[in-house]
Design a protein around this ligand. Structure first.
Ligand SMILES: C[S@@+](CC[C@H](N)C(=O)[O-])C[C@H]1O[C@@H](n2cnc3c(N)ncnc32)[C@H](O)[C@@H]1O
Length: 273
């Protein structure tokens, strides 16, 4: 039974149309959306959800979408006295707190895809590391070295806690600060650079191209209007050419819709020279 069905008869029929069927679960936290039109029912909705899913201990209402440099949304706590939780995906555990740092449970399959590409021995840079879902997934199963850079100190604190929840094969070093300040100071070049932040990615492509080895890979993400998706390889190739590097696009994947007619595109770039 879903929330809409469970609320039948408990709220007026005219209000039912406003109930969102979908909600996100991160560990034992459920994140629901309650439109203004049915705000008076928010506690009933939260309690009903907890009745349907006994593992949910905290219910947050998302009141504003992710925004700002840290990409954190705004939430109202409806049930529970904490906002952090432990989230499991693939073979790892993460410490998450959606009120303090970005995290999306929807990208687990993409993180699995990237992990499968990585080989033991790689030296990897992860830009926009957040609470560490990409680095921790990779380092769990590969003997690699990862430098992870993230500007939100709350995210890197959660990342450090999350690392302790996993027995990792690889090594991760976390750097808290702006990529533009930290990355130019790395003396080495990397076998692979992960760029899991589609919003501002083009702004950082020059830094990635500067720090990747010849023959290395950049796992690049970009938001793209649906009508431009077919041209994404060409667009990225041209951006790289304009920055003086010859590249080959070795894979392209759509991993999620962002709003109406806007896709999150994943592009795997091999840097040839
Ligand atoms: C969309 S989130 C992705 C987080 C993580 N990669 C994930 O998949 O959960 C983008 C992240 O980039 C961080 N960020 C934004 N600008 C940054 C910058 N200039 N330097 C370092 N981190 C930055 C934000 O704080 C945020 O945590």
């Amino acid at each position: 039974m879903n929330l809409k069905e469970a609320l039948k008869g408990k709220i007026q029929e005219k209000d039912e149309q406003y109930i969102y069927r979908a909600f996100e679960i991160i560990g034992d936290i459920a994140i629901i959306q309650v439109p203004k039109e049915i705000e008076q029912h928010k506690m009933l909705m939260a309690e009903t959800l907890c009745g349907l899913h006994k593992n949910i201990k905290v219910v947050l209402r998302k009141v504003d979408d992710v925004s700002g440099k840290y990409r954190v949304g705004k939430y109202e706590t409806l049930i529970g006295d904490r906002t952090d939780t432990i989230y499991s995906e693939n073979s790892i555990r993460l410490k998450a707190d959606p009120t303090r740092a970005y995290f999306s449970s929807k990208l687990g399959t993409e993180r699995e895809r990237i992990t499968a590409q990585v080989k033991d021995g790689e030296n990897i840079l992860c830009m926009f590391a957040g609470i560490g879902p990409f680095p921790i997934n990779v380092a769990k199963v590969r003997n690699v070295t990862i430098s992870a850079v993230e500007i939100n100190p709350a995210a890197t604190a959660l990342f450090a806690e999350g690392m302790k929840l996993n027995r990792l094969k690889g090594k991760i070093e976390i750097f808290t600060g702006d990529i533009k300040d930290i990355v130019p100071n790395f003396a080495e070049k990397f076998d692979r650079i992960l760029m899991p932040a589609p919003k501002d990615a083009p702004e950082f492509l020059d830094l990635a191209l500067d720090k990747v080895k010849k023959g290395g890979i950049i796992n690049y993400y970009s938001f793209v209007p649906a009508e431009d998706y077919d041209d994404l390889e060409g667009t990225v190739k041209k951006q790289c050419a304009d920055l003086g590097r010859k590249v080959e696009i070795i894979a392209k994947r759509r991993c999620g819709n962002i709003g109406v007619c806007q896709y999150r595109g994943a592009i795997d770039i091999k840097v040839l020279d």
